[in-house]
Structures are given as structure tokens and as C-alpha cells.
Design a protein around this ligand. Structure first.
Ligand code: SF4
Length: 325
């Protein structure tokens, strides 16, 4: 790009102004160690201008993505659930202030979970706040069974992507989730009419044999991707054995269907994966806030920092310092 120098100069002088201008726009810009990152929350399109070199002092201070557990409440009792079972729920006003701060500090998206986020009373208001007052993409992970037509209407236009938990099909699903599989399929159709969506599948000895069927279901219902999550150790369960993880990786390597497969960072093993943003690792890339308002590296990490009146970035700095100590 011939004019890169001029463009960079303009960019460097106007990062603060750029952040202000971006509020409410669908295409958001983020600067960091890998360059200038453009993100369109409506489509999920990412563009990285890696020739843009911005001084470290102007890099985004917020993680690229933050997951937020709105509540620990859930009406299901999945055997592999790792969500805390103590009662906790986030205050909506504090939550909106954190969302504003994350947006201003260069975060690209928040992912609401729990517990079950559809049990959070102020969910439509919080999603509308994020959609109308910030440039953040809003995603949500749900079991889907509480998505009534009224809730779909209330969230339409404010949620950019819905992740639906589908662990196996037929009786496998019904045994694990204790809900009719036919009802889930109806919910996929209802949600798919209003939102871009993907399927999340916990992979363990029970669900591994169903992976072909889950991928077929994802394709036939119009899902954009299938996120494969090896079961984690939690509450007395050991999680997926190395044997199951190896079998999962073999299945992925052999898969030739149309659905985009995704894995969480740390679950990829020796599989060939793309690393588009190699400079953004750890807390630059991702953080989690639990339903008690504690910021952690991931929902699996024990160590955390309470998000108090000083805000999310202050808690992030304290957590970063702890990690460095
Ligand atoms: S739906 Fe999710 S939060 Fe609820 S019990 Fe199952 S795994 Fe846990």
C-alpha cells in the first residue's frame, strides 16, 4: 500500500477521536500489536491491516472479546456443567457501565452466558444498550428452550450471534439435557429465523459417536459454525480423556462437510489452525467476568480480581500484574 505512511500518521494522531466516532457504528476499529483490526458485527467479517504500525501506548487496553456470566441461575442440570451453583446475578446498571468502558477501550464484542442468560430479567434492555450505545458485537450462549416468540422479538436487532448448546442428538441429547430433542429442533428453527447462530457441542464419550449427526443438524438448520468443546473436569467429573480428545481431532481431520468447525484456544492440540492475531494472546485477547463480578482469565481459572468502582480495565491491570508477579 503506497500511502501507508500517511495513513498511519493520520491514524496515530486520531485514535481517541476514532474511538468516539465509532460508538454505535457497525464497523469497529481496534489497534494493537498486529495492526489495525476492522470488525463488522452485522456479518462477523474481520479485516486486519497488518502493515499499520501503532505505538504500544495507543493499543486497545480492553481484551478483544469478553465473556460475561449474567447469572448463575439455570433451569437445566447438565451433568458436565461447570457453572458455579452459588446464587449470583449482575446488576444491570453496573453491567452497562462495564460494557461502555469495554467499548471505549477497544473491545470488539461481549458474549453473554451464565447459567442461562435468558433467565436474566434485564437481558433485552442490556442487549439494546450494547447495540444502540456501543459498537460492540453481542453474542450469547443458551440452551435455547426459553426463547419464546416474545423473547425473540425483544432481542431481535440487538444480538449479533446466538450460540446454542446441542450435545448429541435424539436420546443422547435428551439424556444429557433432560429436554425433548424435537423441541430443540423447533427452537433452532425459531432462533435461526431471527439471528445468525452456531451450535456448541460438549464432546465426551457419550456425544462423540453423535458428531456426524450434530454436524448434519447444524448444516440442515443453517448454523454458521459448530464449536467443539472437549468436556472439562468439573464437580467430580474428570472431563474428556486423552483418548476422546484424540478421537475428536481425528474426526475433525476427516470431516469434509459444509459446516465451519471451531475449537477454543487450548483445545487445538496438533491440529493445523490459523493464528491471524499472534500478538494478541492471554488477556489482550480474552477475559471472563463471572456472575459475582470477578474478572478472570477464563471461566476455568480460579484466580480473579473483583470489578469494583474503578472499572474493568483497572481489574484487568491488577490481574495482569498478579500474573506477571
Ligand atoms: S444449560 Fe448450561 S448452565 Fe445450564 S446446567 Fe446445562 S451446562 Fe450448566
Amino acid at each position: 500500500m503506497k500511502d501507508t505512511g500517511v495513513f498511519c500518521h493520520t491514524l496515530i494522531r486520531s485514535v481517541e477521536e476514532m474511538r468516539e466516532r465509532d460508538a454505535g457504528l457497525p464497523v469497529k476499529r481496534r489497534v494493537g500489536p498486529d495492526g489495525l483490526h476492522l470488525f463488522d458485527r452485522r456479518t462477523g467479517l474481520n479485516v486486519l491491516l497488518d502493515e499499520v504500525d501503532v505505538p504500544q501506548a495507543q493499543w486497545a487496553r480492553a481484551p478483544r472479546q469478553v465473556s460475561i456470566a449474567l447469572t448463575n441461575a439455570c433451569d437445566l442440570e447438565c451433568p458436565f456443567c461447570y457453572a458455579p451453583k452459588t446464587a449470583a446475578v449482575l446488576d444491570a446498571a453496573r453491567l452497562c457501565a462495564w460494557i461502555d468502558e469495554l467499548d471505549a477501550e477497544g473491545c470488539l464484542g461481549v458474549g453473554f452466558g451464565g447459567g442461562e442468560p435468558s433467565l436474566y430479567r434485564r437481558l433485552p434492555q442490556v442487549c439494546r444498550h450494547a447495540a444502540e450505545r456501543t459498537g460492540l458485537a453481542v453474542t450469547m450462549t443458551t440452551h435455547a428452550h426459553r426463547f419464546t416468540p416474545q423473547l425473540v422479538d425483544a432481542l431481535a436487532g440487538t444480538v449479533n450471534f446466538v450460540r446454542i448448546s446441542v450435545d448429541g442428538v435424539g436420546t443422547t441429547y435428551e439424556t444429557l439435557r433432560n429436554r425433548p430433542f424435537a423441541e430443540l429442533v423447533q427452537q433452532l428453527a425459531r432462533i435461526g429465523e431471527a439471528f445468525r447462530f452456531g451450535i456448541n457441542c460438549v464432546v465426551n464419550a457419550s456425544t462423540l459417536p453423535d458428531l456426524d449427526a450434530v454436524a448434519d443438524l447444524a448444516a440442515s438448520t443453517g448454523a454458521a459454525e459448530l464449536l467443539l468443546l472437549p468436556e472439562r473436569p468439573a464437580r467430580g467429573r474428570l472431563g474428556s480423556s486423552p483418548h476422546i480428545v484424540t478421537a475428536l481431532h481425528q474426526w475433525i481431520a476427516a470431516y469434509r462437510g459444509p459446516i465451519v468447525l471451531t475449537l477454543a484456544e487450548g483445545d487445538t492440540g496438533s491440529l493445523p489452525t490459523a493464528q491471524p492475531l499472534p500478538g494478541e494472546t492471554g488477556l489482550r485477547a480474552y477475559a471472563h467476568i463471572d456472575a459475582a463480578g470477578t474478572l478472570r482469565r477464563t471461566s476455568y481459572h480460579q484466580a480473579g480480581e473483583r470489578v469494583d468502582d474503578r472499572g474493568v480495565i483497572a481489574a484487568l491491570d491488577r490481574l495482569q500484574q498478579k500474573g506477571a508477579a
